[in-house]
Design a protein around this ligand. Structure first.
Ligand SMILES: [Zn+2]
Length: 150
């Protein structure tokens, strides 16, 4: 299980190696994504709180990167944070997510990205529920829910 110490370590000393890499030009991403998906994932945008389609969805399944389809999070680690963005306590796998120090807007935060294609997903904060204490605050537009069929 990842903790805040691991997150800081990745952001400062380097990220885990992904299983594969997907690299495309901006024009290719633009052609593939909706304008809102492009703005958030490729231009580090943020959706308005409580606006995202996946915000209050708790169906079983995997949350995949909207850009490259890599599984990022799992419905079992989603929780209701009340912030208005889908929130998770862990990535689906340790090497699914990439972390970078973000000093924009006069704040020091840790940005989270897809480790496969570098899509911007959101940020991670050290105020999540125990035992990990992590809160991954993720834009709905950066993911698709792959629902489990029972
Ligand atoms: Zn991706």
């Amino acid at each position: 299980m990842l903790t805040w110490k691991n997150v800081i370590d990745f952001a400062v000393n380097g990220n885990p190696t992904p299983e594969r890499r997907v690299e495309k030009s901006d024009a290719e991403w633009y052609a593939q994504l909706t304008p809102e998906q492009y703005r958030i994932t490729r231009e580090k945008g943020t959706e308005r709180p409580h606006s995202g389609a996946l915000c209050s969805v708790y169906d079983s399944g995997k949350y995949n990167c909207v850009c490259c389809g890599t599984p990022l999070f799992d419905s079992t680690i989603k929780f209701s944070s009340g912030t208005g963005w889908p929130s998770f306590t862990q990535p689906i796998k340790e090497n699914a997510i990439k972390y970078e120090r973000d000093t924009s807007y006069g704040m020091v935060r840790v940005e989270v990205m897809c480790n496969t294609c570098d899509a911007h997903l959101g940020h991670v904060f050290p105020d999540g529920p125990e035992p990990s204490g992590l809160r991954y605050c993720i834009n709905s537009e950066s993911m698709t829910l792959d629902k489990e069929t029972a």
